[in-house]
Design a protein around this ligand. Structure first.
Ligand code: CU
Length: 360
């Protein structure tokens, strides 16, 4: 005979069945969500080397760099928010390095933050280290060495773009038709051939680059009327850059990868070391329009004016180009702002044009 308390009324049984159904439906829903999330998150494995590499900034100004995969900037890492990322890094130089994934939150994976003496031992020459983390949050992020950043990041080219596409793009970014990455940095030529030294108080920066090149070795941003541009500015160097775009008003849409609740209009934006700004605007004014650093001394190459951080937005509609135009006969490299690489399937991309020369 059942004990008294085990006896259930018809009402109790019915209620229990209902509750069981709710719980089961909830569990199924949760399992569905998890399966869905797992299906969206891809596993991506990459390898990068760090190599002694000679890069030319402009004219005869070479620099000894510690280049990721032998290129400056480093490879583009382009993935989707939530992806499971593994990066094996092999140090082929004669100095220690790490990689810090700037902007990534490393929730539950703090040992992968890439800081020597805090989260890991620096990767010694000839050794390797494998980082493992989730690609989050979404946005314009970047990576750089975290050993002697004053030298390795400031003037040895140890940086590259890390773009994480959001699962839910904002309405504004959905309108973009042309996507450009501009990494800004600064160099003191007296350290060009002295790896292991430099990046100290009193340095006089005399070369200034976009994606490792100074004008006129930079490239135009080619557009046509009606395009919507996204210009991702990354402060990869030592100095502050005041980027001014002629002939247009842009929306400052993202700060450090994060969508601003109220994008605002501007024509000049100050980019500090480590900062990122994504500018979004319509190409609505055919012409040839200067893009430059308004810190005027950053538009020189050594002592020569008309250099450094300068480029031009070139509209297709301006054809032929005026005879006076300095870039009239320019050899165009369409991936200089990673515009082509950004259209490739997700992965790690190494545009050949950023390759330097190996230093033995
Ligand atoms: Cu380093």
């Amino acid at each position: 005979m059942l004990p008294h308390h085990a006896k259930k009324t018809a009402g109790q049984v019915k209620r229990k069945t209902l509750w069981a159904r709710v719980v089961r439906a909830g569990a199924l829903y949760l399992a569905g969500l998890l399966a869905c999330g797992a299906a969206l998150a891809e596993t991506r494995e990459f390898e990068m080397t760090i190599e002694d590499t000679r890069m030319t900034l402009v004219d005869k100004q070479d620099f000894h760099t510690f280049a990721f995969n032998g290129q400056v900037p480093g490879p583009l890492i382009h993935v989707k928010e939530g992806d499971d990322i593994t990066v094996k890094v092999m140090n082929l130089t004669s100095l220690p390095h790490t990689i810090h994934w700037h902007g990534l939150l490393q929730r539950g994976t703090w040992q992968n933050d890439g800081v020597p003496g805090v989260t890991q031992e620096a990767i010694k020459p000839g050794e390797d280290f494998t980082y493992h983390f989730a690609a989050a949050p979404a946005g314009t992020m970047w990576y750089h060495c975290h050993v002697n950043v004053n030298e390795h990041v400031a003037m040895r080219g140890m940086w590259g773009p890390f773009i994480i596409d959001p699962r839910e793009p904002t309405p504004l970014e959905k309108t973009v038709t042309r996507d450009f990455i501009l990494m800004l940095s600064d160099w003191d030529g007296k350290w060009a051939d002295k790896p292991g030294y430099g990046g100290v108080p009193g340095d006089v920066f005399n070369y200034f680059t976009i994606n490792g090149k100074a004008y006129p070795e930079t490239q135009p941003l080619r557009v046509k009327k009606g395009d919507v541009l996204r210009v991702r500015l990354i402060g990869a160097g030592e100095l502050i850059h005041s980027i001014h775009i002629h002939g247009h008003v842009f929306k400052v849409a993202f700060k450090d990868g994060h969508a601003l609740p109220a994008p605002y209009d501007a024509d000049t934006i100050m980019v500090g070391p480590g900062e990122r700004y994504d500018l979004i605007f319509e190409a609505d004014n055919p012409g040839l329009w200067m893009v430059h650093d308004h810190v005027d001394s950053h538009t020189v190459n050594g002592e020569k004016p008309m250099g450094g951080i300068m480029s031009v937005i070139e509209y297709e509609e301006i054809d032929p180009k005026p005879a006076l135009y300095e870039w009239k006969d320019k050899q165009f490299q369409p991936d200089f702002y990673y515009e082509q690489s950004l259209k490739l399937p997700y992965g790690l991309h190494t545009p050949a044009l950023f390759k330097g020369t190996a230093i033995q």
